[in-house]
Design a protein around this ligand. Sequence first.
Ligand code: ADP
Ligand code: ZN
Length: 235
Amino acid sequence: MSFANLGLVLIGKQGAGKGTQGAELSKHYDIPHISTGEMFRELVRLESPTGKELKQYIAKGELIPDETVIKAVKERLSFPDCAHGFILDGFPRTITQAEALSDLGTPSKLDLVINLEIPTRLVLQRLTRRRVCSNCGANYSLDSPPKVPWICDVCNGKVTKRVDDTEQVIQKRLHLYEDQTRPLLQWYKTRGLLVDIDASRDSNEVTRQIVNAIDQKLKDKKDSKVSNNYEDDIS
Ligand code: ADP
Ligand code: ZN
């Protein structure tokens, strides 16, 4: 498929596969994949004053203050490549962030929220095996390494373990997920935007399920547009 008019949010625990699925869906629908974690890690890499401040939060597994996150996402969504849609990964993570997103209005309109469900026992297993390109953020694992050992397939950068993928920091991030992010599921369910996907399966299968859910949503959107136009015609 070429491009789609689609505003998408991926929610899920650490290691649920938001990054992997976000990258696949971005190729499939030709809309940008915006990972706030990756945006902030990039600022850390650049060693800017903001980057140095953010590094403290990330290394400890704490949430970056809403105000900072919201400002960064608002700015990113105003870039021309988001004119037809976006895939947000790692945002929103708090109700305040979700409210800010819904206040943005078109063209940043949200169509669908995909909840990638995995049991917590899988999280530790996945994250301790996860490796990430320290240059471009591409995801790998001990089970799917880059072609040349620990050199990124995409950019030749060094593939390493993330500083926050230690057991203690993972526990902290999981706790924050339960406390701050899980309430968003009900929030989006109430608004009719939530679709639950079993993310413990093979990643190609998970992509297929998400694509089905999105295509159904796009079809419904198109049908309702057609019927609205029809109503306009006959009135
Ligand atoms: P994960 O979902 O595995 O914890 P991410 O790469 O999405 O990892 O995020 C890494 C870190 O970046 C978080 O632990 C947090 O410090 C910060 N961060 C990313 N997105 C947000 C957000 N929406 N709100 C607050 N902090 C964020
Ligand atoms: Zn890379």
